[in-house]
Design a binder for this molecule. Structure first.
Ligand SMILES: Nc1ncnc2c1ncn2[C@@H]1O[C@H](COP(=O)(O)OP(=O)(O)OP(=O)(O)O)[C@@H](O)[C@H]1O
Ligand SMILES: O=c1ccn([C@@H]2O[C@H](COP(=O)(O)O)[C@@H](O)[C@H]2O)c(=O)[nH]1
Length: 243
């Protein structure tokens, strides 16, 4: 087995949580190939620099269980559709990584053998050490959770040094910047402050999971080219949350 670990880099293994909704780009539904390929290329660049890269992708561009339930669907069934949406996004990302010359595995938390191998933390770690990008699809496999929570859970299980949330805003603000243009961005803050002030960018279950396991969390703009490589190189991009 070849290891991708490189002592010269700041992080050995990261988990990158990608916004499903951001994959929409300027489209009304589905996946914008330009965004998909750019993000795949950036993840691959970081992986080739010697950092092991696991990925969790949201499903907000396709379905969210809560939204389906509001329209009358059974919540559990709606959440299952949401989890399957993350599988579709994961397959698209796997395809893009492979088209760019990388090696990528999709491990799913729901049993869909023909589509992806069933998730196991030990197998995921083996693939990461062998130089594959590993996409953890279908969230936690359970309804009533989000892919933010799945990302924090997988990051802890996979012994990642850093969880990075790539989203539609460029960090954590003292209020939702999409609703309040006067909101101020934090460069750094503690989990205590983020949790107490209920700063909505990441759900509370995910924040608590990171805090309790001393896993630093970075939040940055998924549309900013080069941001991922810069963060991994130790540059202060977006917001860093620490214990
Ligand atoms: N205090 C805050 N700071 C920054 N963003 C915030 C804050 N409060 C709410 N938000 C909102 O949170 C959103 C990101 O959260 P959301 O869960 O929608 O993420 P996402 O990355 O789009 O997830 P998905 O993968 O489900 O599509 C941002 O678009 C922003 O408008
Ligand atoms: O563990 C999980 C993760 C996700 N879901 C469902 O999938 C959608 C899409 O995920 P987002 O985090 O909103 O992008 C989510 O709304 C849930 O319906 C889930 O049930 N369990």
């Amino acid at each position: 087995m070849t290891s991708t670990s490189n002592p010269a880099t700041r992080f050995r293994r990261i988990l990158l949580k990608l916004s499903g909704e951001a994959l929409l780009g300027n489209q009304d539904s589905g996946i914008d190939p330009e965004i998909l390929y750019r993000v795949a290329g950036e993840a691959l660049e970081v992986q080739r620099s010697g950092v092991q890269v696991a990925i969790v992708i949201g499903g907000g561009n396709l379905f969210r269980g809560a939204g389906l339930a509001e329209k009358g669907m059974d919540r559990v069934r709606g959440d299952q559709m949401g989890m399957l949406a993350t599988v579709m996004n994961s397959l698209a990302m796997q395809d893009a990584v492979e088209k760019l010359g990388g090696s990528c595995r999709v491990l799913t938390s729901l049993g869909i053998d023909q589509v992806g191998e069933r998730y196991s933390a030990h197998q995921a770690r083996r693939y990461l050490e062998a130089g594959d990008i590993v996409i953890c699809a279908a969230g936690t496999g359970n309804p009533f959770f989000t892919t933010d929570t799945a990302a924090s859970l997988r990051a802890v299980e996979l012994q990642c040094d850093l969880l990075l949330k790539a989203t539609k805003v460029d960090g954590i603000y003292d209020a939702d910047p999409k609703k309040n243009p006067a909101a101020k961005r934090f460069d750094r803050l503690s989990f205590g402050t983020a949790i107490q002030s209920q700063l909505g960018v990441m759900d509370l279950t995910a924040m608590v999971m990171c805090r309790d396991n001393k896993l630093p969390l970075g939040v940055f703009d998924m549309f900013a080219p080069g941001a991922l490589a810069a963060i991994v190189a130790g540059e202060p991009v977006g917001t860093l949350v620490e214990v």
